[in-house]
Write a protein that binds this ligand. Structure first.
Ligand code: PLP
Length: 418
């Protein structure tokens, strides 16, 4: 981070977006000869210098495999890897480090639960309940396990604003529902689901609850004990951390009962050809050499992010989102997709003048990076009767100037195609 910011009463630095921007080297470059305006943080966030340095330092200084050697480098690497786990535990407010499993990302975390938890639990005719706004990563693993077990995938519909309403969810819950898998925040629409309330309803029916937190961890407060979910998955790279690292939180009681997801090194206590005794949690689920530097980088990302007053960061992002919403609504021929109250960080939109891919290409030539396509949420596209949208999504480093640049580039699209 840069030099210390003004200090607030609780001794945390106040959020100063311009100062924070200095921490992100990637922001300070020209693309197509124009200053980069990065509005694609829902796909992956940029990385602050603190994270880049932490990863580099692992390779430059503590480059060793973990958990296995007595030599000093390995001990240092192991200590840093386990410190990162501790940072994740504190960040999520999990009870113990045994509940924090490092995975490759959200996708692997959900597949782990589908195969290790759900596959043994589901019987023919049982139901797995998802919603219409899920990312493919929270659909396909459940389809696979449903095929394997004869269970059925049930879908809670969303409204035309992109909300998931309690009544619609209750309508689909049944005594056959064994697992409920919900996005905490929708990647395509920015909707924040009432996951605490929906979890409670699911638990009352005896179903286990997995929350896909890929889009939530960097935009809303996450406290797994307050949410009372059974599993929570997220990816480091959407939280200002490296790629290749993610987290599965699970209640210890459930993780204890689950068989390993993969076999290999580190997840065992002892191996003979007759029998293998598995390691304790969380190692039982971490087969093979993990992405050590990425896990340590995630720890640095959490330190970086928590170094700010979270409420101040979220308020800043909400203000930029509101500014962006007003700005886009004022452009003739622009239609917003996903208008749920309380939504965060992402604006999907369509332009009458041009296909989303053309929009993406033109705005890119102006230095503005946005996402176009189905955002790995084809059922959402189907709901709105489109194949793709353009999506601008925010990180803590975005400003209203970025939105002004987006708007100028959209007028350029209008000029060229309108
Ligand atoms: N779930 C949601 C809501 C997402 O937005 C994403 C990524 O965009 C994922 C899951 C998958 O994350 P990853 O590709 O990091 O595993």
């Amino acid at each position: 981070m840069t030099s210390p910011s003004p200090v607030t009463a609780d001794a945390r630095p106040a959020f100063d977006v311009h100062r924070a921007r200095e921490d992100f080297p990637a922001l300070h470059q020209l693309v197509h000869g124009k200053p980069l305006v990065y509005l694609d943080s829902a796909a992956t966030s940029l990385k602050p210098r603190a994270v880049i340095d932490a990863v580099e330092d692992v390779y430059a200084r503590d480059c060793a495999n973990i958990h296995r050697a007595v030599h000093l480098l390995s001990q240092r690497a192991t200590a840093r890897y386990e410190e990162a786990r501790d940072k994740v535990r504190a960040f999520l407010n999990a009870k113990s480090n045994a509940e924090v499993i490092f995975t490759r990302g959200t996708t692997e975390a959900i597949n782990l639960v589908a195969q290790s938890f759900a596959r043994g639990l589901l019987r023919e005719g049982d139901e797995v309940l998802v919603t219409e706004l899920e990312h493919h990563s929270n659909i396909v693993p459940w389809q696979i396990v449903c095929q394997q077990t004869g269970a059925k995938l049930v879908v809670t519909p969303m409204t035309d604003r992109g909300e998931v309403l309690r009544e619609a969810f209750e309508d689909k819950l049944s005594d056959r529902t064994k697992i409920v898998a919900l996005a905490h925040v929708s990647n395509a629409l920015g909707t924040v689901l009432p996951v605490r309330e929906l979890s409670e309803l699911a638990h009352a029916r005896g179903a286990a609850v997995l929350l896909d937190g890929a889009q939530a961890v960097s935009h809303v407060e996450v406290d797994v004990r307050a949410l009372d979910c059974d599993f929570y998955a997220f990816s480091g790279h959407k939280l200002y951390g490296p790629t290749g690292i993610g987290v599965l939180y699970g209640k210890e009681r459930l993780l204890e009962q689950m068989p390993p997801y993969q076999g290999g090194g580190d997840m065992i206590r002892s191996v003979t050809f007759e029998e293998t005794i598995y390691n304790d949690l969380p190692y039982k689920f971490e087969a093979g050499t993990p992405p050590i530097a990425s896990a340590i980088g995630l720890g640095a990302a959490i330190d970086y992010y928590r170094g700010f007053d979270q409420a101040a960061v979220h308020a800043h992002e909400r203000a930029v989102l509101q500014y962006a919403t007003n700005a886009l609504e004022s452009i003739p021929g622009v239609r917003l997709i996903g208008t749920a109250p309380g939504k965060v960080a992402a604006l999907s939109f369509l332009m009458d003048a041009a296909h989303p891919h053309d929009v993406g290409t033109i705005v890119d030539s102006e230095g503005v990076a946005i996402r176009t396509g189905h955002h790995c949420a084809q059922p959402v596209m189907e709901h709105f009767g489109v194949a793709a949208t353009a999506r601008a999504s925010l990180g803590l480093y975005n400003t209203t100037d970025d939105i002004d640049a987006l708007v100028r580039s959209l007028y350029k699209v209008e000029e060229l195609f309108g």
